[in-house]
Design a protein around this ligand. Structure first.
Ligand SMILES: NC(=O)c1ccc[n+]([C@@H]2O[C@H](COP(=O)([O-])OP(=O)(O)OC[C@H]3O[C@@H](n4cnc5c(N)ncnc54)[C@H](OP(=O)(O)O)[C@@H]3O)[C@@H](O)[C@H]2O)c1
Length: 322
C-alpha cells in the first residue's frame, strides 16, 4: 500500500511517499480503507518531536510510528476475531493524538481507541475534520461548568480548536465574542460568534466587555494580560503552557486563592469527545470549519502550510478516491 513514511523526527522534508506492507488486522482491531485524514497541529508536534515532552508518547529518540497521522475517515474492510460493534462496509472515523498511522491507504486500529460510525448525511471529510480540534475544545469546556447566558471570549476563533469551541459554547447557550484575522472574520459569524474582534487591528485584551471565561485557543496571551477581561470569579484557559510554562503552575496556585482562576486542560478521554461530537454532527449542531485539501503526494506541502500557523479550521489530506 501507499503511505507517507519517515524514520526520524524533523521538518516535512523527512516525509516520503513509499510502498509499504498493508497492515494485518489484529484480534481486537478493524482494518480501515482510509479515504481522508487531516494534517493538524498534533501531527506537526508528532512529526518534529517538539515540544520534546510529546516524545514520551511518540518515541524518545525516533518516532515509534513510521507512518504519521492521528485521525482518519474511511470504510471498514475487515474485522478481528474478537470485534463486535463494527462490520465490513461501515463508514467510520477515529482519532488518537499519539498516532494512528493513518497517512496510508489502510490502517489497522484497536477498537479500544476512539472510533465512531459516521452519522448518516455526514461526509468522510466533515467527519475527519470534527476530531482533533473538537477534542481539544471539549477538553477546554470539561474544565469548567458552563451555564446558559454566560459570556465567553475565544481568542483564535478561526483555528481548529477555536472554531470548534465557538460552536460548542453556542450549543450550551453562551454569548461568544471571538477574535480572528481580517480575511476570515466572516467565518466567525458563520459558525455562530455573537461579536468579532479583528486581532490584526485591535488588542482583544483591551476590550471593554466582561467575561466569565477567556479561552485562548491559540495560546498567544497570558492570564496577566486577560485578568481585566474576567469577572470576579472568571476563568482563563489557554492551549499553551505560556511563558516559563506558567499556566499549569497558575492553575494550581489559583485553585487555593479567591477570585479569578486559571485551569489547564490536559487532553483526555478521546472516546467521550468523539461520542459527543458524533451526536452534535448527527443533530446538526456542529459543522467543522474546513480550510483546504491536499493530495497525499503533497503531504510535505500540507505540513508546511499547517506549520505556518495560518490555516483556518482543518486541513484535509486526501488519501484515495471513494
Ligand atoms: N494542548 C494540546 O495538546 C494541543 C493540541 C493541538 C494544538 N495545540 C495548540 O493549540 C493551538 C491552536 O491549534 P489549532 O490547530 O487550533 O490552531 P490553528 O488552526 O493553526 O490556528 C490558526 C488560526 O488562528 C489564527 N491566529 C493566529 N494567531 C492569532 C492571534 N494572535 N490572535 C487570533 N487569532 C490568531 C490564525 O490567523 P492568521 O491567518 O491571521 O494567522 C489562523 O486563522 C496551537 O498553539 C497549538 O500548538 C495544543
Amino acid at each position: 500500500m501507499k503511505a507517507a513514511v519517515r524514520s526520524r523526527y524533523g521538518l516535512p522534508e523527512v516525509l516520503n511517499i513509499e510502498e509499504t506492507e498493508r497492515p494485518v488486522v489484529g484480534d481486537e482491531e478493524i482494518l480501515v480503507k482510509v479515504f481522508v485524514t487531516t494534517v493538524n497541529r498534533t501531527d506537526c508536534a508528532n512529526l518534529t518531536g517538539k515540544p520534546y515532552v510529546v516524545r514520551i508518547f511518540t518515541g524518545l529518540t525516533a518516532p515509534l510510528n513510521a507512518i504519521p497521522g492521528t485521525d482518519f475517515a474511511g470504510e471498514v474492510i475487515e474485522i478481528g476475531k474478537q470485534v463486535s460493534g463494527f462490520k465490513p462496509g461501515d463508514r467510520v472515523f477515529g482519532f488518537d493524538d499519539s498516532g494512528l498511522s493513518s497517512m496510508a491507504e489502510f490502517t489497522s486500529v484497536s477498537v479500544k481507541k476512539a472510533i465512531r460510525l459516521i452519522p448518516d448525511g455526514i461526509s468522510f471529510e466533515q467527519a475527519v475534520a470534527s476530531a482533533e480540534g473538537a477534542h481539544y475544545a471539549i477538553n477546554f469546556i470539561n474544565k469548567v461548568k458552563l451555564h446558559k447566558g454566560e459570556r465567553a471570549l475565544v481568542n483564535g476563533g478561526t483555528g481548529a480548536i477555536g472554531s470548534a469551541l465557538i460552536q460548542l459554547l453556542k450549543y450550551y447557550g453562551l454569548k461568544v465574542v471571538a477574535t480572528g484575522p481580517t480575511e476570515h472574520l466572516d467565518k466567525l459569524t458563520e459558525i455562530g460568534a455573537d461579536r468579532n474582534i479583528n486581532y490584526q487591528k485591535e488588542d482583544f485584551t483591551k476590550d471593554q466587555g466582561k467575561f466569565d471565561y477567556v479561552f485562548d485557543s491559540v495560546g498567544k496571551s497570558t492570564f496577566g494580560d486577560c485578568k481585566s477581561l474576567l469577572v470576579e470569579d472568571g476563568i482563563y484557559i489557554s492551549s499553551e503552557l505560556g511563558p516559563y510554562s506558567q499556566n499549569p503552575f497558575l492553575a494550581i496556585s489559583t485553585t487555593f486563592s479567591e477570585g479569578k482562576k486559571v485551569r489547564f486542560p490536559l487532553p483526555q478521554n478521546t472516546p467521550a469527545s468523539l461520542e459527543l461530537i458524533s451526536r452534535l454532527l448527527e443533530n446538526g449542531h456542529f459543522r467543522p470549519l474546513i480550510d483546504r485539501s491536499f493530495e497525499m503526494e503533497d503531504v510535505r506541502h500540507a505540513f508546511s502550510y499547517v506549520m505556518t500557523g495560518q490555516k483556518i479550521g482543518n486541513v484535509l489530506l486526501k488519501i484515495r478516491d471513494k
